[in-house]
Design a protein around this ligand. Structure first.
Ligand SMILES: Cc1cc2nc3c(=O)[nH]c(=O)nc-3n(C[C@H](O)[C@H](O)[C@H](O)COP(=O)(O)OP(=O)(O)OC[C@H]3O[C@@H](n4cnc5c(N)ncnc54)[C@H](O)[C@@H]3O)c2cc1C
Length: 378
């Protein structure tokens, strides 16, 4: 039994999964979260098989599968939903004994909170400052303080933990604007277990069922400082396949989330003494590969196993050694993929699409295997 106390800042997917895994290993954990309450915020989320293997180890996969929708195929298409490339995921499900899932983010978050126990999460605690001596004194916006021996920063891309303790980092802007949401909409049955993403001219539109009644959708447009983009998907996506137009028509503009697409320029040190970063705080990626939350879950898996075996300093060093290559591969590949997806020059679009159609599925399958594998020699 390990009785060390671990303090975590941030109750997102990364912080909650880490807390739950550590609790299961006998650690005492406290999570401080700036939100006043847990509201069903966010939209959909794709959980790849790498993340689902961790969820399965937690014994939560069946509960999660009951809340979401299994994914068996990923399609990149043109504006008429004609395939440019695809990956059939069913073989992976057989290999890894668990499948990919599309789900509402709030359903995943609620499940993690319930399993962890809300007594381990303190809300309305926004970290303001850290004083670092042998121990860490954390001061929150409400002027309360706590002392921590071991601190995990799971507080997202704009991490306060990172800003207080680490060298300065750079948030990169992809010059793309994203709208997303969840619609109560019934897609034709053929799309039941597919993620479809249209790569158009300087724009993308993706959609996937997240349960029997709801569809998660997202749309991206190129943006730059001169253009003040307004939410007007009917106009922006006119001419796309009628199934997509019907979905767009069902969107309630009041429930749309808007984001600038950003990531964190890779940096090489995720820990300093007894402070360590995970998830978006360490390696936020653009969302083009749908892997940000999955990578945060992988961090949680590796870090919790390292902390169970090693001293804190050795655990942090081993966690970073094991995780950095894959996490930064996702950051870099995702960045390039986003740029390719949003090309707006006609000739380059033709060239890109031709190359995609000519590329055998085995290439995409191999790339997926690299992401889904969870083989860490801890
Ligand atoms: C458009 C879009 C689509 C995406 N789609 C997918 C997808 O399909 N699949 C996937 O795997 N990933 C996806 N992602 C990425 C994913 O959302 C993130 O990578 C993931 O949420 C990161 O989790 P995290 O726990 O590290 O950080 P966050 O989710 O950002 O959580 C950080 C938490 O810390 C709290 N916090 C912040 N500052 C403080 C503070 N000072 N004090 C206390 N608490 C604080 C926040 O309130 C929050 O609860 C997508 C992202 C975007 C933008």
């Amino acid at each position: 039994m390990n009785t060390r106390h671990i303090t975590i800042i941030g109750a997102g997917i990364g912080g909650l999964t880490t807390a739950l895994l550590l609790k299961r290993k006998g650690f005492k954990v406290t999570v401080y979260e700036r939100a006043k309450e847990f509201l069903p915020l966010g939209a959909g989320l794709m959980l790849g098989i790498n993340a689902m293997q961790v969820i399965k180890q937690l014994g939560l996969h069946e509960k999660l599968e009951a809340l979401g929708q299994k994914l068996t195929k990923l399609n990149l298409t043109d504006e008429q939903l004609q395939p440019l490339s695809f990956v059939d995921l069913s073989g992976f499900e057989h290999k890894y004994q668990v499948g990919s899932l599309a789900i509402h983010r709030a359903d995943l978050q609620n499940l993690l909170i319930n399993e962890l126990g809300s007594e381990h999460i303190l809300l309305s605690k926004s970290l303001a400052r850290i004083e670092k001596k042998e121990q860490l004194t954390l001061t929150f916006e409400d002027n309360t303080t706590v002392v921590a021996d071991v601190l995990i920063g799971a507080d997202g891309i704009k991490s306060k933990v990172r800003a207080e303790i680490f060298e300065p980092t750079v948030i990169r802007h992809a010059q793309q604007l994203c709208w997303r949401g969840v619609s109560n909409f019934s897609l034709p049955a053929k799309y039941a277990h597919e993620l479809n993403v249209i790569w158009g001219r300087g724009k993308r539109f993706g959609f996937v069922n997240i349960n029997d009644k709801q569809v998660y959708w997202f749309a991206l447009l190129n943006s730059n400082a001169k253009v003040n983009l307004q939410f007007n998907l009917i106009e922006d996506f006119k001419g796309v396949h009628s199934d997509v137009l019907a979905l767009i028509d069902s969107i309630n503009p009041m429930e749309v989330i808007q984001n600038d697409i950003t990531d964190l320029k890779p940096f090489k040190k995720w820990y300093v003494d007894n402070v360590c970063l995970i998830g978006d705080a360490a390696h936020a990626s653009t969302p083009n590969m749908g892997q940000g939350a999955c990578q945060a879950i992988e961090d949680a898996y590796v870090l919790s196993n390292c902390l169970a075996i090693y001293t804190v300093n050795d655990a942090f060093a081993q966690y970073q050694k094991l995780r950095i290559k894959k996490a930064l591969m996702i950051v870099n590949r995702s960045w390039v993929m986003g740029k390719l997806a949003q090309i707006d020059n006609g000739f380059f679009i033709w060239f890109r699409n031709t190359m995609m159609k000519m590329t055998p599925e085995v290439f995409s399958r191999n790339a997926m295997r690299e992401i889904f594998d969870l083989e860490y020699k801890i």
